[in-house]
Design a binder for this molecule. Sequence first.
Ligand code: ADP
Ligand code: MG
Length: 184
Amino acid sequence: MKEYLRKKGLALRKQMHQDEVNDLSKKIIKQIKKQIDLMPYQVFGFYMPLGNEVDLRPLMRELIDLRKTIVIPKVHDQYTMDFYPIETINDVHKGHFGVLEPNCNRKMPKNKIDIIFIPGIYFSFQNYRLGFGAGYYDRYLKDYYQEKVGICYSFQHINNIPSQDYDIPMDFIITENPSHQPHN
Ligand code: ADP
Ligand code: MG
């Protein structure tokens, strides 16, 4: 069931045009700013967009200009990852799975990250996440106690995702459409 949903979600996202990705990403950034007071936070976990994932880089740039610390994940092995600071959007290189990874190797202690924005293939109205299927975020987030925000387009926000005991729910989900509500 998870595997079927992954394929479907990835196929739908692949069909998006670049303009749509950019337009919806801008709207999602607007919603983030509207729904969260970012200023009290100092350390922000982000990700580098892969394929047509929501592109939060304009927000990352703004926060860097405000002297906030931006950290992004680097995968160590088959199971683990950590977050490392970047000084600019280009302070990265191509790593595992073609994902852009941080150049810096000073690992940010997990619970010093005030808030993490997390990409996914689907998120549920119960705040569960469907990722690529490797479980990196589930393992990372199990002893992370700050804010976890799922980021997706509204077509990726759905009613039900099968979940297991090890799946870690988000605190909430942000899409471009704030009135997008649970349905059955
Ligand atoms: P995703 O979260 O990327 O959608 P899954 O939830 O299907 O992927 O998890 C993928 C794999 O990660 C599963 O086989 C699961 O056993 C493993 N996994 C997830 N969390 C943990 C954990 N806390 N400890 C060990 N293995 C885990
Ligand atoms: Mg999971």
